[in-house]
Ligand binder design. Structure first.
Ligand SMILES: Cc1cc2nc3c(=O)[nH]c(=O)nc-3n(C[C@H](O)[C@H](O)[C@H](O)COP(=O)(O)O)c2cc1C
Ligand code: SF4
Ligand code: SF4
Length: 275
């Protein structure tokens, strides 16, 4: 069983996870001598793409699965995804986080992918600017991160070349301890200044949960609990009218100031493969 294709997948509401995935993808594309394979991207942010355009995986594929950590858990937008079928493909999970902590997100994502028919080979921890507080891990992944992430891709390829794709050992993870309770976004973003909304509908298309109603450009009451607080809708709003009231901004800023004070050191990117 040979490696034929590497699918570099990313779910990136505000762009940090995408940068990490691109750095890894460039490392895979650079290749190592004597190991040929196709490298393709897969952006699974959109619910329509997750439903209709999932690659067909086989045991000849390696999936690189990059996602952002939310409240120490995997984002729930894609947890119900019957179209994702591994068919024995191998996967390396890439947990992208904002310099605080990954907590249960990695083992949750490994369990999720394993339940979908993938064999987990390893884990990458990568840092990206915190999407709730831009001064935490500001501008990461930066040039140093990009070089390191590319080197991770090269190390993975070299391991495949040295050990053979079929003989790679599976990565062990804890899938029995209960997960921490899911976090809750403090407020669902809404149109704070209707006069400035030009009804471009960018926020409607950007929402990874597909919960912004296109007629009212707002989230219906029955869908409020589905909002992850990911900020994709705010990120694409050119007039910055989609957001929170000042009081909520203030509360988030105070909480994030405490998190920042406790996590001021530059945390490392880490690659772990089964020994
Ligand atoms: C609602 C929410 C919860 C988050 N929770 C965590 C967390 O538990 N730990 C952490 O280190 N970073 C956390 N972050 C930061 C993101 O993991 C980080 O900024 C990531 O790069 C965002 O990905 P994106 O830029 O692709 O959207 C959180 C961000 C948001 C919006
Ligand atoms: S409404 Fe906005 S913050 Fe909530 S899930 Fe959709 S894009 Fe993310
Ligand atoms: S992205 Fe902003 S301006 Fe465009 S429809 Fe949404 S709220 Fe209105």
């Amino acid at each position: 069983m040979e490696l034929q294709r590497i699918v570099v997948a990313h779910f990136s509401p505000t762009g940090g996870t995408k940068k990490v995935a691109q750095a890894l993808q460039n490392g895979f594309k650079a290749g190592v001598e004597g190991l040929e394979c196709q490298v393709v991207p897969f952006n699974f942010l959109s619910p329509t793409i997750r439903a209709k355009r999932v690659p067909k995986f086989t045991e000849h594929d390696l999936l690189i699965f990059a996602y952002p950590v939310f409240f120490g858990r995997m984002p729930w937008a894609f947890e119900n995804w019957p179209e994702l079928v591994g068919n024995g493909a191998k996967v390396i999970v890439v947990s992208v986080y904002g310099n605080r902590a990954i907590e249960d997100a990695a083992r949750e994502t490994m369990s999720f992918l394993s339940n979908h028919g993938f064999k987990v080979l390893g884990h990458i921890e990568a840092i990206a600017q915190h999407s709730q507080e831009s001064t935490l891990a500001a501008h990461r992944p930066d040039d140093e991160d990009v070089v390191e992430l590319k080197s991770f891709a090269q190390r993975i390829l070299q391991t495949i070349k040295d050990q053979g794709f079929a003989s790679l050992k599976e990565y062990e993870f804890d899938c029995t301890t209960p997960l921490k309770a899911p976090g809750k976004a403090p407020c669902v973003p809404f149109i704070t200044d209707a006069d400035n909304c030009d009804q471009c509908l960018r926020c409607v298309s950007a929402c990874p949960c597909g919960i912004i109603d296109k007629d009212t450009i707002s989230v219906k009451d029955e869908d409020l609990a589905l909002c992850m607080g990911c900020r994709a809708c705010m990120n694409v709003c050119k007039s910055c009218t989609r957001g929170f009231p000042q009081k909520v901004h203030q509360a988030i800023a105070e909480r994030m100031a405490m998190i920042k004070a406790a996590n001021s050191e530059r945390k490392p990117n880490v690659l772990s493969l089964a020994p």
